[in-house]
Design a protein around this ligand. Structure first.
Ligand code: IMP
Ligand code: MG
Length: 184
């Protein structure tokens, strides 16, 4: 494989692994303390978070379930309004349950803000957010992020599940892209 598209590796495989482990420990402690043995119902919005989720749950030592949602990405419309269309809904009820949303990256927060509104209507006991990457400077919708991996600047990143036009999700590290990648 040709790696010449990479500008800079921001987080190595080892750095990610160590951060993910510590996030898992934080989540374990938080739910034990606040909810005893009650299950965590993890909700992931496809697809960017799938690698993070797979690694993270193996460091959460608490009973949990995993469910998925998918939304359509109207590239521009979505950014402006935060309104998305749900293309795949949860397969089980979250009424009175403790929901933990696991995300790859939160940028403006508009997508997640919209999803949280929908999830609230389903009557959960609690909703918390865990994101691997937080681009806090771009935030428009104010979101209470309980668990965060790394804060990042404005650069677009790929790898460890994150894509650019569906590519480079398989990189074990997280990196930025050379400018010419965006020009094609
Ligand atoms: P938001 O609604 O602006 O918070 O958009 C968040 C979503 O945009 C994430 O769940 C990603 O799917 C996508 N996204 C934002 N920044 C990046 C990035 O740097 N790389 C890959 N995907 C990104
Ligand atoms: Mg995403």
């Amino acid at each position: 494989m040709d790696y010449s598209f990479i500008k800079k590796v921001l987080f190595t495989e080892e750095e990610i692994a160590s951060r993910v482990r510590s996030l898992g420990e934080q989540i374990t402690a938080y739910y034990r303390e606040n909810y005893g043995e009650q299950e965590i119902n993890i909700v992931m919005i496809l697809k960017g978070g799938f690698i993070f989720l797979a690694d993270l749950i193996r460091h959460i030592h608490h009973p949990l379930t995993v469910d998925f949602m998918a939304i359509s990405s109207y590239e521009n419309g979505l950014k402006d309004t935060g309104i998305a269309r749900i293309t795949m809904d949860l397969s089980t009820s979250i009424r009175d349950r403790n929901v933990l949303i696991v995300e790859d990256i939160i940028d403006t927060g508009l997508t997640l803000g919209y999803i949280i509104k929908i999830l609230r209507e389903k009557g959960p006991n609690s909703i918390e957010i865990c994101t691997l990457l937080d681009r806090a400077k771009n935030r428009i919708a104010d979101l209470p992020i309980k668990f965060r991996g790394f804060e990042i600047e404005s650069f677009f990143v790929v790898g460890y599940g994150l894509d650019f036009r569906q590519k480079w999700r398989n990189l074990p590290f997280i990196c930025t892209l050379k400018d010419e990648v965006f020009e094609t």
